[in-house]
Design a protein around this ligand. Sequence first.
Ligand SMILES: [Zn+2]
Length: 145
Amino acid sequence: MKQVLIAEGLVSSLSASPRLIGARCQRCDALSFPLLSGCARCGSEDLQAIELPARGRLWTWTSQEFLPKSPPYTGGESKETFKSWYVGYVDLDGLHVEGRLVGFEERTPEIGEEVELTLIPFGIDGNGDEVMIYGFQPVGLVEEN
Ligand SMILES: [Zn+2]
């Protein structure tokens, strides 16, 4: 099955080591994600696209206990197949990026722990392609399994 990203311009590639594409303001040095046309801090339009760090520390998290309303939600689950998930904000060089958390079947996430970017199957689109979203998993998860 072909894999596609849920949106263009968010992630560098579908490789095993993806990176989020953000921006660094050339005037005030603020980071932003996703890539915007102007700096959220100073309004400058002089932004440079950069790959954000693959790893960061979990800043805070919560859990999604019910199927989000659709639309806008486009995930493939039904009320019957829905399983709750964790969502968190990860500190990437001071920028807090929201993403789904995976690899926490055995325990709950811990604030401050190191996590890394990963790609997660989200659903099947109208072309029969597997749609991938970005998320974060505990560092070392792949090696341990
Ligand atoms: Zn700025």
